[in-house]
Write a protein that binds this ligand. Structure first.
Ligand code: AMP
Ligand code: ZN
Ligand code: FE
Ligand code: FE
Length: 275
């Protein structure tokens, strides 16, 4: 088995490292198999594949889809998806466009509070990814409208606040189906980050043909791991894991932690934790 980390983000979503920088760090940490799972985005994969092949690291192409179940956020990881397929790229661009329009609606609403955010400042904070509320908050801070990011959420753009606009998200079922449509395996990400109705959601993912659970993740509790291990055994599911590394954007989530090893045959992934 080879050392792996199957859950990482690059600057193509909300990570701070480019695919090349991420791969270099993986190399330093002895990681041989790296899963790249940007939020709703696969644009970094080809670049990563090309660079990784030169340094002897295997990239598992992945994505982390944001989905929703009765207002509860649920993330679905898709591994081994056909990242070169134009139809998939077009669909992800379509989601990004809808989200961008939503961001502009928030910006419009903020004008009612005499908050004016120029487009170039907003885009600078979003970088490559779709514009979201954190970027709007950071732009507000830069422009001196607020003292810190949480103030923007508390006063204006948080859930139920006056400039809030809901975000477009797939349903869990749509996210799982999308992964399957493009040849991937669908994994329920970090189950302990599900804020409400966790058991019900886990049962639903089984009903909707989830392929496995991400059981090794910094936010998973030991009891949940035990429970999911048993469930996976009974339903013959895959178990995966990773650090959810975001570079400097998420402190305490270190590349290569927990220590995982993995074996891959075609589309079969087998992961073990050696911590
Ligand atoms: P969006 O995807 O545009 O709806 O923004 C969601 C992101 O905003 C979350 O992933 C958090 O990072 C951030 N966020 C949500 N609520 C708050 C809050 N109260 N304070 C700071 N950041 C928040
Ligand atoms: Zn993220
Ligand atoms: Fe996530
Ligand atoms: Fe993640």
């Amino acid at each position: 088995m080879l050392r792996c980390d199957l859950h990482t983000h690059t600057s193509y979503s909300d990570g701070t490292k480019s695919p090349q920088e991420l791969i270099k760090l993986a190399q330093e940490r002895g990681i041989k198999i790296l899963g790249i799972t940007d939020h709703d985005e696969i644009a970094g994969i080809e670049e990563a594949m090309e660079f990784a092949s030169k340094v002897g690291i295997k990239i598992i192409p992945g994505i982390e889809l944001s989905s929703i179940y009765h207002d509860i956020d649920v993330h679905i990881l898709g591994y081994m998806i056909d990242y070169k397929y134009q139809e998939l790229k077009d669909f992800l661009q379509y989601i990004k466009d809808i989200r961008e329009k939503r961001a502009y609606r928030i910006v419009e609403k903020l004008k009612e509070f005499n908050i004016h955010i120029p487009l170039d400042i907003l885009k600078k904070h979003a970088g490559y990814g779709a514009i979201g509320r954190p970027h709007i908050a950071r732009a507000m801070k830069e422009l001196g409208y607020i003292n810190d990011v949480s103030e923007a959420f508390d006063k204006y753009i948080g859930y139920d606040k006056p400039a809030y606009v809901p975000k477009f998200k797939l349903s869990i079922r749509e996210a799982i189906d999308l992964v399957h449509k493009y040849g991937g395996i669908a994994i329920l990400a970090h189950p302990d980050l599900i804020k409400d109705r966790k058991d019900e959601i886990i049962q639903k993912t089984l009903e909707w043909k989830i392929d496995g659970f991400e059981i090794w993740h910094p936010d998973n509790e030991p009891e949940t791991r035990e429970y999911l291990l048993k469930l996976a055994e009974n339903h013959h599911l895959v178990l995966t894991g990773g650090s959810d590394f975001h570079g400097e954007n998420k402190i305490g989530y270190e590349l290569g932690t927990p220590v995982l090893y993995c074996e891959i045959k075609d589309k079969e992934i087998k992961v073990e934790c050696h911590d």
